[in-house]
Every structure is written in structure tokens, then in C-alpha cells.
Ligand binder design. Sequence first.
Ligand code: AGP
Length: 611
Amino acid sequence: MCGIVGYIGRQEAYPIVLEGLRRLEYRGYDSAGVSIMGDVAHTYKSKGDVQHLVAHVGSQPVQGSLGIGHTRWATHGGPSDVNAHPHTSMNGKVVLVHNGIIENFADLRGRLEKRGYSFHSETDTEVLANLIEYIYIYGKLDLPTAVRLALTKVVGAYGICVYSPEEPTTMVAARLGSPLVVGVGDGEYYVASDATPISGYTQNVVMLNEGEIAILTRDSLALKNIKNVDLPVEIKTIDWDVEYTDLGDFEHYMLKEIYEQPRSVADTLRGRVHAATHEITIGGLFSVLPRLRDAKRIIIVACGTSWHAGLVGEYLLEGLARIPVEVEYASEFRYRNPIISSEDIVLAISQSGETADTLAALKLAKSQGALTLGICNVVGSSISRETVAGVYTHAGPEIGVASTKAFTAQVTVLTLMAIKLGQMRGALDSEQYAELVDELLAIPEKIAKILTKNEKIKEIARKCYKAKNALYLGRGVFFPVALEGALKLKEISYIHAEGYPAAEMKHGPIALIDENMPVVVIAGKDRSYEKVVSNIQEVLARKGRVFAIVTEGETEINEMAESCVEIPAAHAAVEALLGVIPLQLLSYHVAVMLGCNVDRPRNLAKSVTVE
Ligand code: AGP
């Protein structure tokens, strides 16, 4: 999704804005641009990546200590030089970058055209630039006031950063529905759509709330709301270090993040489990524990990989805590007039905490009286602020578009919740409880062990990377893991893949099986083991190629499958955290072998902030 960077201070803005754009590349984009205020405004923008923009700028002068930049993911109008941001208003008095969608842009454009405005691009953003300029010129107002009044006319969602060459020492940022962070330096300020471009410069940030407008000079930051009321400035310290955004020895962020999982899962557990007493403390849920203990139903809303984590959560919360759980695609939930009451608990799961559909589902649930909770990775994100209580996953920034460590962190939180609530509700006796806690604490080490099998997994990738389709099968918690494995392969290698509960295969997908079809089976050692073995036989009888993830020491499937990867034995309740690791690596290697852009797959965005 689109990314914003802004800088105002004493340093040269261009290198800072450019570096910010590079750090935002992970979000997915199709064009990029910068505008630096020197003696005059210098604006450069082009279709393509940031490297292309740099070539476009060439050796031209871009000096100045105020600058804004943008990576665009096309919504209104295709990717092109002219549609790229920043957009400059018709008379050159306003320069603007924008994330989000101005829904009433056609109406506003029509009105501005009647007042003599003409447009060069197909974007809603250019309309906003011209609207601000119109108010600025004809109202004879200062830039912050013109921006504020223009925003009162806008319907939709925005995160904007704007300056005027007429007031070269002021920058204005505003947010409604699209996140913005202001980094507070010494005699300088940074603006960005997430903390990534800011980390390394300052740890002090102000997270703009919905409807807030920040007015920045290099020595001051003032906050207002849209009604011109002054607001207090609350500076927070974030502890994400730059280490996360450096690739180190890894070729791709996705691989780095897969390898970070022993640490990220440990970070998720850190301070929440007392190894000696087995006590689980989830601080973020403390205030709502009685409600959770007495819950009649939990509705989980999420999208994509987070939805898969929710499905694992359903198995765990129902199995261990005996709480009925429904897992909904956030996008469907919000539009189907769901039955929600004040007795319900709605739990949103989101890595970014900014996914528009998940946020909207949450707001709907809140408006109908449900208790809203969140599991998010990004601290201070919209979902984390919209919920009454919640848990941060503490996985660290996830740069690869394909989610890996965020998934295992989400499942870790859900497992913690299920064990804790199982104990509180009397569904687990003390022995079962202690065993589960120990099993969870052992996960980081077991993930590390699976990562040592990377070469074996690469061999499997070599055997199947030319396939056009793939089927993933699993039962129990391995069913959502199969879905997640198939999603990972689709996202980064563009191979069509589907995940199914193993037993469902015979109800349709079996028709697809032939000698070209790789079937990836994730088989636990639980009570469904024998059934999965039968499913494998059904695949083999149709000449399908079976690649399996099995428990260490397993022999039967090992003899039947073309190749197997062994994962350490673990309690069924924590096995999802292990079974998914080889699938992440498999899709990674397949994508690399196919020459795909692993970290920035085509058409995808890291944070989907449009509906
Ligand atoms: C995962 O690999 C995806 N890129 C995508 O499905 C993602 O999980 C989904 O868009 C939800 O994002 P969120 O967790 O930030 O809400």
C-alpha cells in the first residue's frame, strides 16, 4: 500500500526522504516521488521503483531541508509518472502526498472545474491538492488553516503530508483512516505512514489519532483537530531497533524473518510465562479476564494469514478453554448484518493493525455493544487503539509482504490465551496446564531445529518448483496450516495452490490429482494419523506426488512419500507453530527458483488500508 515520508529540520531532506522511501518499499508500490523545498520546489516522480526515481532525479539539484516523498499503490488511475505523488496544485501553491481514498473526489473535482481548475492526473489526490490551494488563495489563509478547512469537505480516508512553497518553513500532516506517525528529533521532525522510515533517527514519536492535524516547523509541533481545537502532544518512545530493517547476511527479508522465529516466538512469550511457576500473565488482557472467563462466544475477525491464525485459535480456544469460537473474514462479517450482542467478544487479529476491513469489522462490533479485543504486531496501530484491550505480538517489524513471523507470533498469543482461559474456566487440570505451558516454552528451540533442515526443504522445492498447481492437506490445526502453506506459495511464486482438510480431498479436489500435482501433506501423530495415511494412499493411487511434513521418527509416511521433512514431536495444541515453518521455507525456495520478487510480490501490499 502507499507510503508517506516527510522531513523538516536542519539536514538535507532528500537523502532522508529517499532512505524512508526505500524502507517503505516492503509495503508494495508501483511508482514513487519526492518533492524538496529549496529555493523553489523540486518535484520528481516516476512509475517504477525507488531506484528508477533516483535515476530520474539524476544529478539535478535537490537541496533543501523540507521534503516529502511517496510510494504509490494505484487506486484511482493506473501506475504512471503523472499519477505518481507528490501532486502539485494548479498554481503551484500546494504540494501533497496522500494515502487512502477521497470518496467524493468526482464531486469535488466537478466543483473545482467550474471555478477554473484543470487536472493532469486521474487521481483523487490532485483534487485534494487543488481544493487546499483554492481555499488557501481565495480565503487568504495560512496553509494549516486551508488544509483543515479542505479536510472538512472530504469524504473518505486519508493520511496526508503537505507543504506550500509560499510558506517554506511549515509542513502539515493529517490523518483520517490512514495511519501517520510523527518522529520527534532535535530541531527536526519526521512524518511517515509507519515507524520504519523513522527508526534509526529517533525513538520519540507521536502517533496521530483519527482526525488529527499536525503543524510542523523545525522547532515546533502543534496538534489540532478538524474543528481547530488545540490538542495535547503525547510523545511515546518506541523500542523497535534498526536491526530489524537490515538484511544482514540474508538475501531476502522473508528468509530473515523465517529465521527470526525462534527469537520472535520467545519475544512473544517473554514476560508472559513464568517458567518455574507456569503462571501465565497477559498484561494487556488483565482488565477483561473476568469477561473472557465467562465468555459465551468469541468471534475472531481477520484477513489473510491473520485469518488462518484465527482458525488455529478456534481449535485451541474451543479445545483447551471450551469457549465457542467463530472465525470470520472481516470483509464478509461487516457486510452481512451479523448478529452481535453485548455478550459477545470480538477479537481482531492483524499484524499491521491497519487492515481496513478488520478495522471496519471491529468498529461495527463495537457499535453493537460487543467487547472488542485485538492481537496486533504494530504498537500504536489503529486496531490496537480501537480495541478495549489486547495483546501485542512483539514479533518486531515484518518487512516481507508474505507474513511469516507475524503468523507464529499470533498463534503463540492465541495459545497462551487458550491455556490461560482453559485453566481459569476449569477446562484444564493443573497437570494438563503445566504440560501445555512447558510445550509452549519449548517451541523456540524446536523451530530452530526445523530451520536446520533448510537444505532438505530446498531439495523438495527443486522437485516441484515447475508445477502449475499444488494441493496442501492437513487435519486439525494442520488444516489452517495447510491453508497458510498454500497462501504463501500463491503469494510469492504465483503457483496456484489450495489448502484443504485432508478428508475433504475425496469430495472434489481428488479430481485434480495426476502425476504433475504435488500434494503437500502435514501429518501429526494424533488420532487422525491413520486417516491421513489413507488420504496419502488415495493420492498415490492416482499417481500424485506426495511431500510430507511428519513427526520425527515416523516411518509409514516416510516410506510412502517422495520426500519428507521431520518436525520435532510436540503436543497437538502447539504443533501448528512447527508445521508451518517448512511450508514457509518451501514457498520461499520455490519463489527464488522461479526468479520471483520474494519480498515484494506483484500486486500485493503489506498493509491493506483500502476496503
Ligand atoms: C500474508 O502473507 C498476507 N500478505 C496477507 O494475507 C495479510 O495477512 C492480510 O492482508 C492481513 O494483514 P494484517 O495481518 O496486517 O491485518
